[in-house]
Design a protein around this ligand. Structure first.
Ligand code: GTP
Length: 359
């Protein structure tokens, strides 16, 4: 899609402080923003997209496992952005977390849920919409088939928000547009958020602004959107990127087939069979007679034993797969050892747990 420059000096706040309960056990030791998506932390894709959109001043609002994120991204220089970390001692909720960053927010800013995929968003276009409507806040909306699972946003013909309906019972929905987890907010709105208290956009701030008659608008985002908050959706998002159903600025070259390497020094035995789309990171060893049938993603330093087969599967880093094993439709977390002669299907496997994966 087209992308225009950030001519408005927008900053962004990314909410990365939630515990990621629904993504367990993958988030037991890994904060959701660091969960690898086609071999890069998800947050890295979002930062690359913001940078490409000209948004380089980015605040990370965090509380759960903040150190892993800070260690990887540092001040953001390697990623071409300037990162500010705002850490909550206790989780403050989505709006409370933004209030916690108020010292850095003196002009209109973008807020993004750290687990929602907006890699095709034209921020300049949505800001122009926001400005033209003279909105105090603009909510990014997406259209879904099953709105009853989400927070529905009702708007009038001018896209002004009339009502929020949280998870309406099936059949009673009055709109299929839902809150997609991204906003543009005017800085004065921060005054409406209590300091140091748990407070949410969805249930607290936006209903209050509506009650007060403030101009709240909904912008319909018609591109690829997903909440990668569950293992199933996380799995689908990875596969969609590999199949080129959507693009990340970090992987513009994926075309939906072929074998790609996202790192160096991986060794593939000449008698191994690989059918794309497959993405392999650095320092992997793929043994004699192994069979890899895409879509498959293999992280850094993985070992695939002789005669082992993988199909429609995601391996994180340093997964050690024994010989003569079969894996189909699985997510295997880092450092997991899979014994010889294992047969595992439709599962999420970590070093200590195996749970079903239904996609
Ligand atoms: P679940 O526990 O599985 O619901 O996931 P989550 O912890 O990510 O919560 P949820 O998906 O509801 O949160 C939406 C976004 O807001 C995510 O990007 C969270 O990281 C973020 N978030 C939720 N609560 C807080 C908070 O208290 N502080 C901060 N900084 N971010 C939050």
């Amino acid at each position: 899609m087209k992308k225009s420059a950030n001519t408005h000096g927008l900053k962004a706040v990314i909410l990365v402080g939630g515990p990621g309960t629904r993504l367990r056990p993958l988030t037991d030791n890994c904060p959701k923003p660091m969960v690898p998506v086609v071999n890069k932390p998800f947050l890295e894709h979002t930062l690359a997209h913001l940078k490409l959109s000209g948004i380089e001043d980015i605040i990370l609002a965090m509380s759960y496992l903040p150190e892993a994120i800070r260690e990887y991204f540092g001040d953001g220089e390697h990623h071409g952005v300037r990162l500010t970390y705002c850490i909550e001692e206790e989780p403050l909720g989505t709006a409370g977390a933004v209030k916690n960053a108020a010292a850095y927010l003196d002009r209109p800013f973008v807020v993004l849920n750290g687990d929602n995929v907006f890699l095709e968003m034209d921020f300049n276009e949505v800001y122009t919409f926001h400005r033209d409507k003279k909105a105090k806040a603009t909510i990014f909306m997406t259209q879904v088939d099953n709105p009853s699972a989400f927070g529905v946003v009702e708007t009038d013909d001018d896209q002004r928000v009339k009502r929020f309906i949280e998870k309406p019972p099936p059949g009673t929905e009055t709109s299929n547009r839902i809150n997609a987890g991204g906003y543009i907010v005017e800085p004065e709105v921060l005054e409406e958020i209590p300091t140091g208290q748990h407070y949410m956009f969805e249930k607290g701030l936006f209903p209050k602004l509506l009650e007060d008659g403030q101009p709240l608008y909904g912008y319909t985002y018609n591109w690829y959107w997903l909440d990668m908050g569950t293992p199933q959706k996380y799995f689908n998002f990875n596969i969609d990127l590999l199949l080129s159903k959507t693009k990340s600025p970090l992987f513009q070259n994926l075309t939906g087939d072929g074998v790609y390497y996202s790192g160096e020094n991986s060794e593939v035995h000449p008698a191994a069979k690989i059918t794309g789309p497959v993405l392999i990171d650095s320092d992997c060893k793929i043994g004699r007679g192994a069979s890899i049938k895409g879509p498959v993603i293999i992280g850094k330093g993985c070992i695939i034993g002789d005669s082992t087969s993988l199909e429609k599967t995601i391996l994180w880093d340093k997964v050690n797969m024994g010989q003569n094993s079969r894996l189909k439709q699985c997510i295997i977390a880092s450092d997991t050892i899979i014994k010889d002669n294992s047969k595992i299907e439709n599962s999420v496997v970590t070093p200590s747990k195996t749970v079903p994966l239904s996609v």
